[in-house]
Design a protein around this ligand. Sequence first.
Ligand code: 13P
Length: 250
Amino acid sequence: MRKNIVAGNWKMNTTLAEGVGLAKDVNEALKGIDAKCDVVICVPFTHLASVAGVIDSKLGLGAENCADHVKGAYTGEVSAPMVASTGAKYVILGHSERRQYYGETSEILKTKVNLALAENLTPIFCIGEVLEERENGTFLDVVTKQIEEALFDLSAEDFGKLILAYEPVWAIGTGKTATAEQAEEMHAHIRSVIAGKYGQEVADNCSILYGGSCKPSNAKEIFEKPNVDGGLIGGAALDCASFMGIVTAF
Ligand code: 13P
């Protein structure tokens, strides 16, 4: 059966020293509790190797992106093999900020997912609608299309290695959270889309996280929904106590 997971996405925050300190704090806090979910921190590329050196195996480590090429003349890019070589096990792909600000298309994301899987990295693949699509009622179709375009060329075996994260763009960093009902509606929809392509077992085994202004105060209500298997946490992951407050919502 699928896992419950709380993953932090630090985005472009923290210096190296701050990041290593935060990772140490989360690592220590995690030692002291019997967490009912897997816990992962996704950190800037510059921090990966150092953070890998200060955390225990109980805390997962991931990158926030990887390149759509394996190696070569791509100045400034960081490849999936490079990410894996740091000890990271996860990589966020398709975050709305990457789609919106860096022009990442489904075609590009498809390549990134394959490159990540080839390195045994677990992609945390993000999908979600913008406000206009929420308001004009096309949000379910928009998310279906994002999944179909980027992921449905995968074999059932490879699809089974993914974690999905539903992040309504209008809820990211806005303090405006989807209601637990809105999250559940979308997560159930996503699971049915997966079941339609790969069958119920693959769908039932897929962890689908919610992301968007998730905080200790709202995490429990959202995580209690049957199709919500945890969270992808931005702002609240930058403070150890807040992040742990979400981890312990399970
Ligand atoms: P916030 O939790 O800051 O809204 O960010 C969510 C997010 O984008 C996680 O990937």
